[in-house]
Design a binder for this molecule. Structure first.
Ligand SMILES: Nc1ncnc2c1ncn2[C@@H]1O[C@H](COP(=O)(O)OP(=O)(O)OP(=O)(O)O)[C@@H](O)[C@H]1O
Length: 258
């Protein structure tokens, strides 16, 4: 399902946080939203999820998100927020199973298929051994994988991931990003993620959207957006950009000389 964002604006606390943002996440592709702190990346994801009032238009599969009832929205969009509040006493398995809520009839119980879906996702994220553990007794990286597990259990065609790898060690970063990419390829999922690591964004995303000061300042393939000029201008960082695997850009921080 394609996500179309057209001339979107969001005000928070009486202040414009997004202005005139237009972007497309095409079906079966991965769009990485990059930009400095405070650029509006998380706000854009929340607006796409229908969690914030916005001007302009956001459609998923041609339907405006603002018109979707919560249950319908949860069947097309799965969202893994950056640092959600987790119910401390709930177990990992119970939390992952929450992703099945949009499919469980009102007053009904989860089916064997729901339980199996949650179990399979926990397995793919190395969480089986923690299934019975209460959420309050997890490390930061384990918690982040559990939040992703809940989103994947939802089996929605569009996956919105806010900084999915910040708390993860190198091996788990790769595991999570590879899993998401495999689901994108095998099931045709559309992925929209914020990512601070520009090299990782370039490795995994098909398209990049560079946000700065609440507006979209550049969009295109990794090679088009990750130029030394744009990165220096919007991140205020000195970088050198080289060619990495498959010719995708690799961003190195460069120390000032002298
Ligand atoms: N509830 C709120 N009320 C007022 N301003 C807010 C609110 N939430 C966020 N903001 C402001 O909106 C701007 C964009 O925030 P947002 O979280 O979208 O940025 P971001 O690009 O995701 O940043 P980061 O890289 O630091 O996660 C920031 O200036 C932030 O201070």
């Amino acid at each position: 399902m394609t996500v179309e964002i057209t001339d979107v604006g969001v005000d928070l606390g009486g202040r414009p946080v997004l202005r005139g943002v237009t972007a497309t996440a095409r079906e079966g592709r991965w769009l990485a939203v990059i930009g400095p702190n405070g650029a509006g990346k998380s706000t854009l994801l929340k607006a796409v999820m229908g969690l914030l009032p916005h001007t302009g238009l956001i459609t998923v599969g041609g339907r405006p998100v603002r018109d979707l009832a919560p249950r319908d929205r949860a069947r097309v969009l799965a969202y893994a927020p950056q640092s959600p509040l987790l119910p401390p006493d709930m177990t990992v398995h119970e939390y992952a199973l929450l992703g099945r809520t949009p499919y469980i009839p009102y007053w009904g119980r989860e089916s064997a298929r729901d339980t199996e879906t949650a179990r399979a996702v926990l397995d793919r994220l190395d969480l089986t051994g923690l299934a019975a553990r209460p959420l309050e007794r997890l490390s930061g990286g384990e918690r982040q994988r559990v939040v992703l597990a809940r989103a994947l259990t939802q089996q929605a065609p569009v996956l919105l991931l806010d900084e999915p790898t910040t708390a993860l060690d190198l091996g788990h970063q790769q595991q999570v990003l590879e899993l998401v990419d495999r689901l994108r390829r095998d099931d045709g999922l559309t992925v929209v993620s914020t990512l601070h690591d520009l090299t990782l964004a370039a490795q995994y995303a098909d398209d990049l959207l560079l946000m700065s000061g609440g507006t979209a300042v550049a969009a295109g393939g990794p090679g088009e957006v990750l130029t030394e000029d744009l990165v220096t201008r919007h991140f205020g960082a000195r970088v050198s950009i080289g060619a990495g695997p498959a010719g995708r850009p690799v961003v190195h921080l460069r120390r000032p000389t002298g």
